[in-house]
Design a protein around this ligand. Structure first.
Ligand code: HEC
Length: 194
């Protein structure tokens, strides 16, 4: 369904307010969701590559800067290439700048519940049409599961040197204690419609 009707938008907005399930609503333009999926894949592939390279080269403490500085850099790159606003968020964040908006928080909670209920983390996504300041936007989110490599900096037993390097930069860090397979966070993509 390509043409947007007021009714369809209202339905999307209502689903959102009630806490839409982590699935793409029908009313959302399919080609844009497809585009956002591609961007999420690009972001994740580049980030994981940069992380693995940095850990191999500098060790995990030296690689803190990758998730810290390179991730936003890759986000900016993907954003400039695509025209979408790109970010990462989570229920427990390391950098307070990544804290979720109320809508993102609601979607993250849905993702977490779906994972607990046995959903495949790779399939968890959500899309909705939202309106802010008279402008309509497409908002797409894709779950980021915690992988083995992530535990080095987000797990339960973090090397003291890594722990110190994190504490020095992120005094308010709340993004440790994760287990493999748990929800780590989500990529978030927004672009104006019309
Ligand atoms: C070398 C240490 C390191 C590794 C390994 C690492 N991270 Fe991070 N992660 C960080 C740091 C540092 C930040 C804070 C980034 C910032 O300042 O925006 C962060 C932030 C994040 C965020 C943004 C939300 C927040 O907490 O601020 C997500 C999502 C995330 N990491 C996911 C992952 C995933 C998934 C993996 C595994 C593929 C991973 N990280 C591996 C260090 C790491």
């Amino acid at each position: 369904m390509m043409k947007k009707t007021g009714h369809a938008i209202a339905a999307a907005a209502i689903a959102l307010a009630l806490g839409a399930p982590p699935a793409v609503a029908e009313e959302v333009p399919a080609e844009l969701v497809q585009e956002a999926r591609g961007l999420a894949k690009t972001f994740f592939t580049r980030l994981k590559g940069a992380l693995q390279e940095a850990i191999a080269e500098k060790g995990p403490a030296g690689a803190i800067g990758v998730c810290g500085a390179v991730a936003p850099g890759i986000g900016t790159q993907v954003s400039e290439e695509s025209g979408w606003a790109v970010g990462r968020t989570a229920l427990r964040v390391r950098n307070p700048r990544n804290a979720p908006s109320p809508r993102e928080r609601a979607v993250l909670i849905r993702f977490r519940e779906a994972l607990k209920a046995g959903a495949d983390p790779k399939t968890l996504e959500w899309a909705g049409i939202v309106e802010e300041g008279g402008q309509r936007y497409l908002h797409y989110m894709k779950a980021i599961p915690t992988g083995q490599i992530c535990l080095v900096c987000h797990g339960k037993s973090i090397d003291p040197e890594v722990r110190e390097a994190i504490a020095a930069r992120y005094p308010a860090d709340a993004a440790t204690g994760f287990e493999a397979g748990e929800l780590r966070g989500a990529f978030t993509f927004i672009r104006p419609l019309d």
